[in-house]
Design a protein around this ligand. Structure first.
Ligand code: PLP
Length: 393
């Protein structure tokens, strides 16, 4: 499986099954071995001095990391992939690889909250200035660019509120001014949004979510093209980032079933979203695959699917009524890190994490992750929850 080949002669499901493995290299076994190792030894001083051989030091790569990186490179259609210990670490690496002291960053207002903290904290201390912009800005982003704007960060759909961005329009404007486009592509995964095909230079993902898929691993990756491939590689090496072999193996194992799991998450989530839309206790469902969602046209143009994560706004009601709804759910856990096989629900208030736009729902808002359970069971659980909500409101 040669790395860095961007030709897509196979369909994406075939790529998921074949990428990054070659039984001839694994004594015939289907899966590559989990290689544990810090030290690499050479037979002679001459070999050592010439760094002869494929591997030099555990941190700098192993057959296990190569297998996962090669597979992800094929899925992304990129020139380079670096593995990191978490999704947030992928965001940080993407930004540290593209920005220096004195640079300006344009950050989407609907970004994942810890990314905002990174920008307003560590990056600010390192002399990098961040301005937030409206996710719906499109090519008007030009008007916000300064001579020192070196990166524009997109996340689509937006965290918690699911606004779809016009990524190609933003990328066109950013590239015209020499800025890099960095994207958090965790929601769609490269299976449903091929970020680099839409002008994204550096695509970051929390593999903790759907790549792992079983709520049992923290991992992230950064994919880059062109000049940004070496920038990411260098920053990754300088920071000494590496991932344990068992976690990399769980990433590889998750990759093989990513397609079928996402198809199921997608179908069930859409089913639940449509059912919620029809309910009087629900004011609005935020899911870009719904025909009347404001982001639907852009989603349809650029994405080839939707995952299991979306949100809803309830008709006005108290916090106590929301707690009645959520506390009594049997099949939805109250938890943040989605993308596993199980369903989740969280109440949220996005008002505190928006500074360039105003978020003003009329009722309480809830984010759902639809897992792999029978969808009828999930709907029955939510149905009983909405009845509790209405009774307590
Ligand atoms: C979860 C998440 C992250 C962070 O991933 P971790 O592995 O938990 O650090 C980053 N971005 C988005 C959009 C996420 O949902």
């Amino acid at each position: 499986m040669a790395s860095g080949e961007n030709d897509r002669s196979f369909g994406p499901l075939t790529e998921l099954v074949t990428a990054g493995r070659d039984p001839d290299d694994s004594y015939g076994f289907v899966n590559p071995p989990v290689v544990r190792g810090s030290t690499v030894v050479w037979p002679t001083v001459a070999d050592m001095k010439a760094l002869r051989g494929r591997y030099t030091y555990g941190r700098r790569g192993s057959p296990t990391s190569d297998a996962l990186c090669d597979a992800l490179m094929r899925l992304e259609g990129s020139d380079h992939v670096s593995l990191v210990p978490s999704g947030l670490n992928a965001v940080a690496l993407g930004l540290l690889a593209t920005l220096s002291a004195g640079d300006h960053l344009l950050m989407v207002d609907t970004v994942y909250e810890p990314t905002r903290k990174l920008c307003d904290g560590l990056l600010k201390r390192l002399g990098i200035d961040t301005d937030y912009y409206d996710p719906l800005i499109g090519s008007e982003i030009s008007g916000h660019m300064r001579p020192n704007t070196k990166a524009v960060f997109v996340e689509s759909p937006g965290s918690l509120t699911f606004e779809v961005q016009d990524v190609p329009a933003i990328a066109g404007a950013a590239h015209a001014r020499g800025a890099a486009v960095v994207m958090d592509n965790t929601w769609a995964t490269p299976l449903f949004f091929r970020a680099h095909d839409f002008g994204v230079d550096v695509s970051v993902s929390a593999g903790t979510k759907y790549l792992g898929g079983h709520a049992d691993v923290l991992i992230g990756w950064v994919s880059a093209t062109g000049q940004y491939a070496s920038a990411v590689k260098q920053a990754h090496g300088a920071l000494g980032l590496c991932v344990g072999p068992d976690d990399m193996f769980l990433g590889l194992r998750g990759l093989r079933t990513l397609g079928v799991r996402l198809a199921h998450h997608q179908a069930s989530a859409l089913r639940v979203a449509r059912w919620l839309e029809s309910r009087p206790e629900v004011e609005r469902v935020m899911h870009p695959a719904l025909e009347n969602d404001p982001g639907h046209a852009l989603w349809k143009r650029d994405f080839s699917g939707a995952c299991g994560l979306f949100a809803l706004e309830l008709a006005p009601g108290s916090d106590e009524a929301v707690a009645e709804f959520l506390d009594g759910l049997e099949l939805f856990g109250l938890g943040y890190s989605w993308g596993g096989y199980e369903s989740l629900a969280i109440p949220y208030d996005a008002r505190a994490v928006r500074t360039a736009t105003r978020w003003a729902p009329t009722g309480p808002t809830i984010r759902l992750h639809i897992g792999l359970e029978d969808v009828e069971d999930l709907i029955a659980d939510l149905d009983a929850g909405l009845a509790r909500y209405a009774a307590a409101s």
